[in-house]
Ligand binder design. Sequence first.
Ligand SMILES: [Zn+2]
Length: 456
Amino acid sequence: MPLETWIMQGSWAFLDDYPSDAFIDKMEEAGARHLAIGAPFPVDPDPGHYGGGIAGCPVPAAVADRKAQIDAFLAAAGRRSIHIYAYGANPHMSGDKAVYDQLPSKQVLHADGSRHGVASYWGACCNGSEFLPYYLGRVRDIHAAYPQVEGFLNDGPEFGYEIAFDFMADNLNLFGCFGSCCAARSRQLACDFAAFERAALDLHGWFHAIAAPDVERVLDHPADAAAGLAAAAGNEEIAAWLRFKQDAVVSHIERLCAGVKAVDPRLQMGVGSRLPAFTPLTGYDLTRLAPAADFLLPKIYLWMGGVDGLYGTVYRWVRTLREWNPGIGEEMLFRLVYGLFGFELPGARSLLELRRHVEPRFADSIELTYLGAPFPADFFSGVVAAQVRAMIDQVGEPSRVRPWLHTHHGGRALPPDEIDRTLTAAAAAGIETYLNYNPIEPGNWEVAVKHGRKEE
Ligand SMILES: [Zn+2]
């Protein structure tokens, strides 16, 4: 089935490559009528728009310098009824590190009980009290200056789902956040934060000393993986800690969406998440978030290597558990990881097999490569399709599931053929629309045009 295609550009640089009407012509080749901008808008902050201790920040010079160019493009988009969405209201898109660093960053708990802050451009915690007032101030600024903007796309903050330490500055680490931000939120939710910390340390301990019978206990547990982990590690609070992550994110997203609707009830809110395999760890329960958001954007990020890709995440989990448990066979660790995430990569029961899919010198790097064996056909028809069915089931309405699709964040880029297979599998599994965040290059664009829904 052809797909309603939304386009996202990660910066305003596309205006250097295309005259305004030529870019809109390009979008229309794929039937796209919606454009999301992943960059700040050229808006001077109005301190009156900010309800917290941060009164905005200046627009980055690189954006300010383009104001006339941007305004001309938006005028052209308006004339041609292109719908404009802003991703650049997200606090991590402000381009002002000094201001962003005023937001408390996530604190990751290490196995020895020490806490380490996440030094990332994207490391703020959703439970920081300044986060939402700052975010909504940015929304008000954009809405006041550009009433043409119809809605906003949110992306995080989220809790982590990776266990390899020092990866992405620990921004995606499972063992966050244990900062005062989350302690305060836990008190509001009448939770025992000290018990969560003991639970996380017990889980650390279990991950570092896995015994084969324990793996079977996790896999055989009649409830979900979180309950299985809690039972195997001998601390029921592990499941409660993961539920707290969900409660915190649901609370944050509900307040964010309500805050945007209070600015103008016509504004649309799209909320990003990871794939359903990972959302139980990140706190993004799509079923609980669906009533708050207008649509959901689970990220179909599949690459090997790089950051936050599905193959790469399996690889990092197994490699890390192998380092921590040299006495346990790889095959058993793969069974554990597949059991936790609820999918199995076809034909992949060893790290060697996974490394086939990325040029060797990039296997443990986050740099970009185009070389590596293709993913098997039944990965797309099996794993990708099942993840898409799960996101639709969890949201309840296919029209409100608009997956975010990208070729890579470093690692082995998906070539056009794999993007084509992904969209074919996702369409067969029931999606009606998606957000195309792929670089606009001839091969990728051919796929976008192939799958785009053209007007009659
Ligand atoms: Zn926190």
